[in-house]
Design a binder for this molecule. Structure first.
Ligand SMILES: [Zn+2]
Length: 466
């Protein structure tokens, strides 16, 4: 109470105290009733309905969290494509495989992506565009009608395409631009062609548009820029773009038959990251800030009381390899940790599941920073708001594909995974398991997991046995 008076805005503490006071009042009422048989019957009835009320409230909260996570998976995908004859194979692939992409996203995140298309050629023709639609057939018909032209020189009007990107009706939280091309834009800053017939406008864009303005307009709309570079002639152009844009994710596609598979993988990882970061900001949003006082004088360090603190070790990179293979693995929900989540479910006979595993990877261990626990009793750990109960476990199994590590741990496939398999059968051409990169970490897996720290602020205090 004293803490609350100091910091009246601490909502979490306020709720906890209110709840405790209500429970005390109930205990007082009930104690006065238990002296008679009739009284005991009343108490039993009240206890039952109180429990039901708490469960209903928590169920409602869980549904709200799941709703947010679903809304967070809504995605806009815009294809920006060079529409010259040399690109035919890829445009046919985009058309014929588009269902594969939308079906995969619907299956994983239960929500239809919206699609848009911008086709550019050279400066003498206007780009063609299809603004966002969630109707895959409209997208298909648009591509069916698209005409491919042959350019006069090797360079194309990339700027004309980029100019349209921010003008489309982007509206979903995940915004992905897939730029597929095999030719650079005009201007000798963007390519290494030496012959004048390869670039009619070596001085740059004939319409004087500035690349920095074009790219920053796109960046301002919070669009994730992905490139599919079909040959080396576009390398220099993208290097220039990266300089302005920051990060441009390169998707490597060597065979048009695998076009949508690669785009699905990239899009899926973008959606997954976005859900995870929303969930973790949701989790910490209610954390009270510690109050502090700034001292004007230098304190007497010897007079200050010593407290035990939680320390974090920053590990210095030892070699170039360490820099290119970052320690932080939160970005890619690793196969080993996926298997760990599955194992925790299995070993507790479906009672608990440890999820949201992120942190840092050291030589022989994972340091987990803020895992969450789902428990089949949704009233446990309720103040952390991360226990999503059986629904949370189902959500995990909806996207979890057992790896070889799960197999070595002899983990059986769960019910919701089996349901997923039957759905997948309709799209056999797409290797669903490819979504998870299962190769790298396979060798590191042993039959048991060594977790150095498994620690969360509230959960640790709440967990008595696990
Ligand atoms: Zn598994």
């Amino acid at each position: 109470m004293r803490e609350l008076r100091k910091n009246p805005n601490n909502k979490l503490l306020h709720n906890q105290i209110t709840e405790n006071m209500e429970s005390l009042a109930r205990i007082k009422d009930w104690t006065s009733l238990v002296n008679t048989d009739d009284g005991i019957a009343v108490v039993k009835e009240q206890m039952k309905s109180q429990l039901q009320r708490e469960i209903n409230q928590r169920k409602y909260e869980v549904d709200e969290v799941l709703k947010i996570s679903k809304a967070q998976s809504a995605t806009d995908i815009c294809f920006l494509v060079d529409c010259t004859c040399s690109m035919k194979k890829y445009i046919v692939a985009a058309k014929t495989q588009i269902h594969q992409l939308t079906d995969t996203i619907i299956q994983l995140y239960a929500i239809k992506p919206r699609l848009a298309f911008i086709g550019y050629r050279d400066t003498d023709t206007d780009p063609e565009q299809l603004d966002f639609t969630d109707d895959v057939d409209t997208f298909y018909i648009f591509l069916e009608k698209l005409k491919l032209t042959s350019g006069h020189d090797r360079c194309e009007d990339v700027f004309g395409g980029l100019e349209i990107v921010p003008k489309l009706s982007w509206s979903n939280p995940n915004r992905v631009l897939i730029h597929i091309c095999d030719a650079p834009c005009h201007g000798r800053d963007y390519h290494t062609f030496t012959k004048s017939r390869h670039d009619k406008y070596p001085k740059g864009d004939p319409k004087n548009r500035e690349v920095s303005k074009l790219l920053l307009d796109i960046k301002r709309s919070k669009i994730i820029y992905c490139s599919i570079q079909l040959n080396k002639s576009v390398k220099k152009m993208f290097e220039e773009f990266v300089f302005i844009y920051g990060e441009v994710f390169e998707i490597h596609v060597n065979d048009p038959n695998t076009l949508m598979k690669h785009i699905s993988m990239q899009t899926s990882s973008i959606i997954m990251n976005s859900i995870q970061s929303t969930m973790s900001s949701f989790r910490t949003s209610n954390m009270p800030l510690k109050s502090y006082t700034l001292l004007k004088k230098i304190p007497d360090w010897n007079a200050i009381e010593v407290h035990a603190v939680h320390t974090i070790e920053i590990i210095q990179p030892q070699a170039m390899d360490d820099i290119f293979r970052p320690l932080f693995f939160g970005q890619e929900y690793s196969t080993v940790l996926q298997a760990f989540s599955h194992w925790t479910y299995h070993i507790t006979a479906g009672r608990y599941m440890v999820v949201d595993l992120q942190g840092a990877k050291t030589d022989n261990a994972y340091i987990l920073t803020d895992p969450a626990i789902h428990c089949d009793d949704i009233l446990r750990f309720k103040h952390t708001r991360t226990n999503l109960g059986v629904k949370g476990m189902d959500r995990f199994f909806n996207t979890h594909v057992c790896s070889e590590i799960c197999a070595r741990l002899e983990l059986p496939a769960e019910k919701s995974q089996l349901l997923n398999k039957t759905k997948t059968n309709a799209y056999k051409s797409f290797e669903y398991a490819d979504l998870l990169d299962a190769t790298d970490e396979m060798d590191e897996a042993t039959s048991k997991f060594e977790i150095m720290h498994l620690e969360t602020e509230d959960q640790q205090a709440n967990t008595t046995s696990f």
